[in-house]
Design a protein around this ligand. Sequence first.
Ligand code: ATP
Length: 344
Amino acid sequence: MSGLVLEGISKSFNGVSAVDHVDLAVPNGTFVCMLGPSGCGKTTLLRTIAGLEEPTSGRILIDGADITAVPAHKRNFGMVFQSLALFPHLNVGENIAYPLRIRSVGRAERVKRAEELLALVDLRGYADRPVARLSGGQRQRVAIARALALSPKLFLLDEPLSALDAKLREAMQVELRKLQQRLGITTIVVTHDQREAMTMADLVVVMGQGRIQQAASPVEIYRKPVNAFVADFIGSTNLIAVQGSGQGVTAPGGTIPGVVLAPGQTSATLSVRPEDIHLVPVGEAPLTGTISFIRDLGASIETFVDAGGTQIVAVASPRDRAEFRVGDTVGLRLAPESCRVLAS
Ligand code: ATP
């Protein structure tokens, strides 16, 4: 396959597993976000791809060639770390041209290339600025430009935006995605922010306990999570324990028609997004509960419903603001196609 392939990559530190048998195929030009809770092995996997960690076992292939034993500086990958690691004593242009200088590219060529890279990250005219006089977002761009100086085969970023405030971070997510699309460069970003991953990625890789839990497009990860860990980590979801066989299943607050378990399966967990659950007058749906709390967020209203001891969150439209009150008994309507059956 052309692109990056990880084959059975594992990494242990003193016998303790950080990355556990990771297989992944990334076609050229893909934007990948690796996502997962703290300690799940994201950074270790990224550093292994970069050549900064040696895998305990497994192989790394680029366009079919095994690069597992190639040292980091010979892989021609661009990297941006959370710390950015800019050189404080060099100005912006010198920072960006540094990778060219250590490869003995001549001065005129370096200056020309630095100008191009500055234009690429929207920092034209900043070459002579000391890096100390840049804002957080501008430093970010300098680090990105420097990492792209050698037209790398792979662009690897570890939590690149986490030091920025929320507004700037969202703007940079869009910029980074646009830049990647313009260059067509295969990019892997480590993040713990699921919104960030959903904004930027073609391929979201959800990691948990050193393993890939699911690797799929953002929409598929959201609509078709393969297990409760992914369902719960991406967005918010209701995990409802159900029993049944044949047509329909029984939940603590009643029945859910139309949901069918696999042959031989008698219990399961349903993952249902709050926006897929609709409150209706009691009697209009076979699943019922009592409203225990209402969180009015202005643009939407989250209602917390106690259905036979299970808390179910449903999102109501602000138009229905006057319809339901805490203490009301309500029906909960769930479309079977929005219920994702997970193995329990
Ligand atoms: P975070 O989001 O907190 O950065 P992460 O998902 O990137 O977490 P890693 O940094 O890859 O996780 O760490 C995975 C596991 O490997 C953790 O248990 C960590 O303590 C361990 N680990 C990582 N690097 C080393 C190291 N150099 N020596 C020993 N253990 C390490």
